[in-house]
Design a protein around this ligand. Structure first.
Ligand code: CAA
Length: 241
């Protein structure tokens, strides 16, 4: 049977590129979103991919949402991509406690909530693929992003621990660490700051969302069964680990 893949934050940016790529690869695909209704409606009209709206920082909403989606679509989620994420950039003295918690809850807490909602089913069936979208800035740190760097570094540790717990059950858990990518998130940056960052990228440009999707598609493939607990850096050479 064709497997079902679920991507959080899948109506824009990197998530939308992953959803489109999975569909081209022949998977059944569903996506979640929370913020932008207009973008989500345009996405589903364009792709035919079903959209589900819930707050991934809400543990109960994830449990209920996943159950409903699986009932609607008549099959369990075999592939999960935790992609939903936000930034609230500020240097530490200027960062509010709300900005801190918003990023930790969205970028790290949501991974826990979503994995909790799907992992038991994957364990019972003895097969699963989970890819968590981390960031170059969780690997190297970034000025103005103590919240985001901490959350994304946390995603990498979370990925390794869950990979160990899941290895015997046929479930792989990996992280992808994109560099600066041409999405709304990066477009929201101060253009002068962004120009300075692009100057530090050896390839000389931002990543395309499709280039990140390519790596995610590789990791969820049937033949990637021996890759687990790894972090795949896709950053144009900006940070080499
Ligand atoms: N290293 C050292 N010093 C730096 C610096 C750096 N990287 N960047 C700025 N500074 C200095 C400035 O020169 C300035 O010094 P002076 O006062 O002596 O001139 C001081 O630090 C204050 O800097 P800012 O003016 O930048 O401070 P601000 O409060 O106005 O702005 C900020 C803070 C909004 C966080 C801004 O620095 C910024 O936009 N930084 C980039 C954050 C970033 O990369 N975000 C990525 C978003 S996309 C994403 O996250 C996706 C992904 O995964 C890659």
């Amino acid at each position: 049977m064709t497997r079902l893949a679920l991507i959080t934050g899948g109506t824009r940016g990197i998530g939308a590129a992953i959803a489109r790529r999975f569909k081209l690869d022949g998977l059944n695909v569903a996506v979640t979103y929370y913020g932008n209704d207009t973008a989500a409606i345009a996405f589903t009209q364009d792709t035919g991919i079903p959209i589900y709206k819930w707050d991934a920082t809400d543990f109960d909403a994830c449990q209920i949402g996943v159950q409903k989606l699986q009932t609607d679509l008549g099959q369990p989620v075999d592939v999960l991509v935790n992609n939903a994420g936000i930034t609230r950039d500020a240097t530490l003295p200027k960062m509010t406690v709300e900005q801190w918690h918003a990023v930790i809850d969205n970028d790290l807490g949501a991974c826990f909530n979503m994995c909790h909602a799907i992992i038991s089913g994957m364990r019972d069936r003895g097969w699963g693929r989970i890819v968590n979208i981390a960031s170059i800035n969780g690997q190297k740190g970034q000025f103005g992003q103590t919240n985001y760097s901490a959350a994304k570094a946390g995603v990498i540790g979370f990925t390794k621990a869950l990979a160990l717990e899941s290895a015997r059950q046929g479930i792989t858990v990996n992280a992808v660490a994109p560099g600066y990518t041409a999405t709304d998130m990066v477009a929201a940056m101060d253009p002068t700051v962004l120009e300075g960052i692009v100057a530090q990228i050896p390839v000389g440009r931002l990543a395309k969302p499709e280039e990140i999707a390519h790596a995610v598609a590789f990791l969820v493939g049937e033949r990637s069964a021996f890759i687990t607990g790894s972090t795949l850096s896709i950053n144009g050479g900006q940070y080499l680990v």
